[in-house]
Design a protein around this ligand. Structure first.
Ligand code: CAA
Length: 248
């Protein structure tokens, strides 16, 4: 059955997204990646992937816009087939202390990280319910669970994601559709390596009991599990994957 399922991964060319997309393709899923319309490097990414043996369909989707999400999801379903799995992975940071944060920094993070979950999920949920099978996986963060210095916007958006997950999971639980949140900790992607080195070394790494950053493929492995038949009883969950940084 895995061969026939179509997965859409938002932000599918990014640090986590690339690993999620390639591992899902390795697992037999047909994967469509979406990327920000402002991403000018999408062609070279697709070429690089081709060189590695992956031929992804890719669509520019402004996940901040409900209209663009609707139009592109309709196009994807017409050109590639029904969307069975949605990984809401697209996200940004605009880290700064609350004192320095402006309304635009707040809005950008809320729109990209939280509104996007509504904008994209809205396009696929009715179809999943009609077909009695679906998986929605919302990528949150340890910092949505515990808060983070310099991330009032990001922590709020990521915490909001899990509220969305829980409410929607209740509504579709009897319909064969699961909705889950995963909360990665600090993973070795550009988003994390952009943190000033002295902050990473002195404030963050010492808080990770496993003693290292996570690997993107470790996140992808969890997503593949959540897509499986064996995970049909997991819904409304928020699964932490953070090297022991935050336990509750
Ligand atoms: N905990 C406690 N104190 C901290 C801190 C932390 N995590 N980070 C910074 N501080 C302290 C600094 O030590 C400094 O203290 P003093 O004034 O006493 O020296 C003070 O806060 C100001 O720090 P900066 O000089 O760094 O201030 P800044 O305005 O230049 O930068 C910042 C602030 C942008 C928040 C910067 O500290 C930073 O980038 N911090 C990391 C934020 C972070 O963890 N982001 C996560 C990104 S990864 C991600 O989001 C993925 C995911 O899901 C996990």
């Amino acid at each position: 059955m895995a061969q026939k399922q179509l997965a859409v991964v938002t932000g599918g060319m990014g640090g986590l997204g690339e690993s999620i997309s390639t591992k899902m393709a390795d697992a037999g899923y047909k994967v469509v990646v979406t990327y920000s319309p402002s991403n000018t490097k999408y062609k070279s990414w697709l070429d690089e992937m081709k060189g590695r043996g992956y031929s992804f369909s890719a669509y520019p989707v402004d996940v901040v816009s409900f209209e663009d999400s609707a139009a592109k999801c309709a196009q994807i379903q017409k050109e590639c087939g029904n969307i069975d799995i949605l990984v809401n992975n697209a996200g940004i940071t605009r880290d700064m202390t609350f004192k320095k944060m402006g309304k635009a920094d707040w809005d950008a993070v809320m729109h990209t990280n939280l509104d996007s979950c509504f904008n994209m999920t809205k396009q696929v949920m009715d179809g999943m319910v009609e077909r009695s099978w679906g998986r929605v996986i919302n990528v949150s963060s340890v910092n949505g669970q515990k808060g983070a210095f310099g991330q009032t916007n990001y922590s709020a958006a990521k915490a909001g994601i899990h509220g969305f997950t829980k409410a929607l999971a209740l509504e579709v639980a009897k319909k064969g559709v699961t909705v889950n949140t995963i909360s990665p900790g600090y993973i070795g992607t550009k988003m994390v390596t952009a943190i000033p080195k002295e902050i990473l070394d002195s404030k963050i790494l010492p808080q990770i009991p496993v003693g290292r950053l996570g690997k993107p493929e470790e996140i992808a492995g969890l997503i593949i599990y959540l897509c499986s038949e064996e995970a049909a009883f997991v819904t409304g969950a928020n699964i932490s994957i953070n090297g022991g940084q935050h336990m509750y």
